[in-house]
Design a protein around this ligand. Structure first.
Ligand code: OOG
Ligand code: NI
Length: 447
């Protein structure tokens, strides 16, 4: 049997290919990568403790390859086929995000790796949204959009054939994997030719800009790729110097001694030339760039507190005022690893130090890790948040949709409908973090 490639290898190749393609398509993304690399280097040089922590947590190696992307699809078949495609890369649907509450007619999940080794290798994630056609008011327009969508196939015939081969064989040879990455990439490529005439585009655009973006093109173009920075405030303040215009405010929690969850900012979507079916041409605005800083994954208790404080803080107009206000509101959120652990607000990964390893037999299942941490036998580090935040995602969507935040008429959450389209249920992110914490405790002999 020829040499087979692991899902992790395929994901790694695919994320690199996607990044190379997006750099060609959106040159500003290349600038953003350079900026983030500069800032990360400076942070690591100035903060030896953080450097050491990242090395210990096996997080440093992944930093430079870490990205997330986002796509939007129009039909259940597209979503289910993507689910098969991403599974081959070791990416599984985690979480359900209802964006209709924020006036965006989609619901979403994130395809991402889930086990420790896969996350360490390359945590590439794709935030994937399914358009909710039922939120189009006009029945004729709804019918029209649905007809347009059923006529397209966003996957190449060869990509479909390769997925069938994978189903049969259970794996790919190196040559098949290479071909699969090449073919899969086609689904996410930008097309400047729309599948519809200008009039149809405008009618859909009028209904919601996002609807035109999903319905009018032959593929589900990647709309941004996001590198991970170690200091988002620094990146935000340097963006102008690099010729990039940032979104007004950084989404998510404020800057903290122990970073929480996810902080994100983006640059405005580009106005790109398009050629409509027929003679006419015009422009379409959808693709942008984004940066994120990731922190500790919160337990359900921590998340409730986060959501409460975030709602209390409200939305700010300019970043400095907003960040200052957030700092004040978040004063009641404990900001040390000890307190986060003691109050059960964040998930932790436990590991034995060399001294702890030497005393392994003295550690008993059920032992309280705290005295062992104090004795230097065990180290505990917050588990990195690998998911997304609905309020932040809504802010990112809106900053790129011209800020037309209107509420949708019948926008009630519809997780069952989403899972039915997907062909399976989505995984619960909290269970994944809890299992990761338990696995680490078990390795230390604490469970
Ligand atoms: C997705 C927007 C959400 C994030 O990082 O929260 C997002 C989209 O615009 O399709 O990317
Ligand atoms: Ni994003």
């Amino acid at each position: 049997m020829a040499h087979t490639l692991s899902a992790d290898d395929i994901r790694e190749d695919f994320s690199q290919a996607m990044s190379a393609m997006y750099q060609q398509e959106v040159p500003q993304y290349g600038t953003l990568l350079a900026l983030v690399a500069d800032v990360n280097l400076a942070v690591l040089e100035n903060n030896t403790r953080l450097h050491e922590q990242l090395v210990n947590a096996d997080e440093l190696a992944r930093l430079n390859v870490e990205r997330h992307g986002a796509i939007r699809v129009g039909t259940a078949d597209e979503l289910a086929t993507l689910c098969r495609m991403f599974a081959i890369m070791g990416m599984h649907p985690v979480g359900y995000y209802d964006l209709s509450v924020a006036g965006v007619p989609v619901h979403s999940t994130a395809f991402r790796p889930i086990d420790d080794a896969a996350l360490q290798r390359n945590p590439f994630r794709v935030f994937t949204s399914l358009l909710r056609l039922e939120l189009i008011d006009s029945p004729e327009l709804r019918k029209k959009a649905s007809n347009i969508l059923t006529r397209r196939d966003i996957f190449t015939p060869r990509c479909r054939a390769l997925m069938a081969i994978h189903d049969e064989q259970g794996s790919f040879t190196a040559t098949q994997a290479q071909e699969f990455v090449r073919e899969a990439l086609e689904t996410f490529r930008w097309h400047r030719h729309t599948t519809v005439d200008k009039e149809t585009y405008e009618a859909l655009h009028q209904q919601h800009r996002l609807i035109a973006d999903v319905v009018c093109f032959p593929g589900c173009h990647i709309n941004h790729l996001t590198p991970r920075t170690l200091d988002i405030d620094q990146v935000q303040s340097l963006m102008a110097k690099y010729g990039i215009e940032p979104k007004a405010v950084i989404e998510g929690p404020p800057r903290r001694a122990v970073p929480l969850l996810l902080r994100q900012t983006s640059f405005k979507a580009l106005e790109e030339p398009v050629q409509f079916a027929g003679e006419l041409s015009g422009t379409h605005t959808a693709r942008f760039g984004e940066i994120e800083q990731r922190g500790a994954a919160l337990t359900p208790k921590g998340r409730v507190l986060y959501d409460k404080l975030l709602a209390e803080a409200g939305v700010g107009k300019d970043n400095l005022t907003h960040q200052h206000h957030l700092q004040t509101v978040f004063k009641t959120f404990p900001d040390s690893e000890f307190l986060l652990r003691q109050q059960g607000l964040a998930w932790f990964r436990y590991r034995l130090t060399p001294a702890g390893d030497a005393h392994r037999q003295a550690i008993r299942p059920g032992d309280d890790p705290q005295p062992l941490i104090e004795r230097g036998w065990i180290e505990a580090q917050p588990i990195t948040y690998e998911d997304f935040l609905p309020v932040s995602a809504a802010g990112i969507f809106q900053s790129n949709l011209g800020g037309d935040a209107h509420t949708l008429s019948h926008g009630n959450a519809s997780r069952e409908a989403f899972e039915q389209a997907l062909g399976r249920s989505v995984l619960n992110e909290f269970s994944l973090y809890e299992e990761a914490e338990m696995r680490s405790k078990r390795r230390c002999g604490l469970l």
